[in-house]
Design a binder for this molecule. Structure first.
Ligand code: AMP
Ligand code: ZN
Length: 477
């Protein structure tokens, strides 16, 4: 599989360190508010990546942190802790806020068929790990204490700005943003590993440490949580593009300095979901959440389909009109799946292989989900039977996970109901009696009688269809 690697700025063959085993780390949510659908675009595309890596035969261990401390309102170490801000907004404790929004996040994920990672670790569970790594960085001379805080000294690195996609000027944005420059920093790009003194004295969660009572910086948590569950080497690290700097840049600085070797081989960054008025955010404009989509009558999986239709490295513009288009395409797709009439045969091996080849060609090329969706449409055009088509769709759904099979089944049931309700009540009663008589005949092993009943109904334009849930019928026009 070819994957674009932000570190090398090119598509590369994805090769885990150990063939067939992938260690994957994902930056999790900051749980001070609901996730917006922009955040969920990132998690959706990461979910497809994980499922595809499994689909092509890898054993994947995926770890995600939950940020419940240390993420300040500006990524440049200024502002207040987002969690504290959330708690104040809702007159609750930080831990109450964390629990509420962590649960809400995983509920949203479930609605979008985003699998929960193998390990989910809240930052507040790992304080000892953070202290340990900060100690190592101090011991090795990569960190210094100043004004009560511990800082990472970026001047100790040969190369700090590792993601060459950005100009140094762009990269400094996080720093320039800061309202008050932190005069404790030796270099502009230095960042906090451990806070003790800051302008917000009312930080609710504090821990004792060799550097004083305080709390961890945001970046250190990912380095430590990854090490705790995946060891000192990572195959792939994921996140939204805004995380590349400073967050991931700082994670790399800390981990590689602490371990004394390279840390992670592949960096997967998902581009943003924007609105017509610019970047999506939780504070401005309409706060777009999964619940809002549902309130407006969209099935959450329509949003997943919307995400699939474009490449993860392209910015995607959200509008209700675009979502409407995705919904009508999704509904048509479901109708086409529902119209397939499999006979319970084995799929045709050659046709199956051909359909699958188109799908894997698309995803092997830097996770091209929009072409994978095209491959899904192509299934209906393949010169093969419906059993093979359905088998292909089931197979693709291991990765796309659009809920097509379930939605098609629900649609068939609804169609049957409306068909039944349009049948003359007397005729319906007659048919149901015959179906029951045939069932009883079969139970008595009187197959001749069962066949006679079926034939009699057929002669009147009524076709019986046996399913695992019982017998239903269709009427010819
Ligand atoms: P947060 O909860 O703010 O830590 O963000 C969670 C994830 O969403 C991170 O991986 C961010 O990079 C990503 N993210 C933030 N905004 C957007 C957006 N507009 N579109 C896509 N991903 C985003
Ligand atoms: Zn992270």
């Amino acid at each position: 599989m070819l994957l674009y690697n932000s570190l090398t700025r090119q598509k590369e063959e994805f090769k885990p360190r150990e063939a067939g085993r992938v260690s994957m780390y994902t930056c999790g949510p900051t749980v001070y508010h609901f996730a917006h659908i922009g955040n969920l675009r990132t998690y959706t595309m990461e979910d497809v990546l994980e499922k595809y890596l499994r689909y092509i035969g890898n054993d994947v261990k995926r770890v995600m942190n939950v940020t419940d401390v240390g993420h300040l309102t500006s990524d440049g170490d200024t502002g207040e802790d987002k969690m504290l801000k959330g708690a104040r907004r809702e007159h609750k404790t930080v831990m109450e806020i964390a629990k509420f929004y962590t649960d809400a996040f995983f509920r949203d994920c479930a609605e979008l068929n985003i699998k929960t990672p193998d390990v989910v670790e809240p930052a507040t569970n790992c304080i000892d790990d953070f202290i340990d790594m900060v100690k190592t960085l101090l011991d090795k001379g990569y960190a210094y204490e100043m004004g009560g805080n511990v800082y990472f000294d970026t001047s100790k690195l040969d190369k700090y700005y590792v993601f060459g996609d950005f100009s140094e000027e762009d990269l400094a944005v996080g720093v320039r943003e800061s309202v008050e420059e932190d005069t404790n920093k030796r270099n502009k790009a230095d960042f906090v590993l451990w806070f003790t003194k800051s302008k917000f004295e009312d930080q609710e969660l504090k821990w004792d440490s060799p550097f004083g009572v305080g709390y961890p910086g945001w970046h250190i948590e990912c380095s430590c949580i990854a090490r705790r569950h995946l060891g000192e080497y990572l195959d792939i690290h994921c996140g939204g593009i805004d995380n590349a700097f400073p967050h991931h840049t700082n994670e790399i600085a800390q981990s590689e300095s602490a371990f004394g070797h390279e840390w992670c081989n592949y960096w997967f960054h998902v581009s943003h979901l924007n609105t017509n008025s610019g970047k999506m955010s939780k504070s401005k404009g309409e706060f777009l959440t999964v619940s809002l989509l549902k309130e407006k009558g969209y099935a959450p999986l329509v949003y997943r389909f919307f995400c699939m239709q474009s490449h993860y490295r392209k910015n995607l513009v959200f509008s209700w009109e675009n979502l409407d288009n995705a919904r009508s395409a999704y509904d048509k797709l479901v109708a086409r799946v529902a119209a397939l009439k499999p006979l319970g045969k084995e799929p045709d091996a050659a046709a199956f292989a051909e359909g699958k080849r188109r799908f894997t060609d698309a995803l092997d090329n830097d996770l091209n989900t929009s072409l994978a969706v095209t491959a899904l449409y192509d299934v209906f055009k393949l010169p093969t039977d419906d059993d093979t088509k359905l088998a292909l769709i089931r197979d693709f759904e291991r990765v796309l996970d659009l809920g097509l099979i379930e939605a098609a089944e629900a649609r068939r049931r609804a169609d049957e109901k409306s068909e039944e309700s349009s049948v003359d009540p007397e005729l319906l009663a007659y048919i149901n009696l015959q179906i029951e008589a045939r069932r009883a005949a079969k139970a008595d092993k009187n197959y001749a009688e069962a066949d006679r009943i079926r034939a009699e109904l057929l002669s009147r334009g009524i076709t019986l269809i046996d399913t695992k849930d019982g017998t239903r019928f269709t009427l010819s026009e």
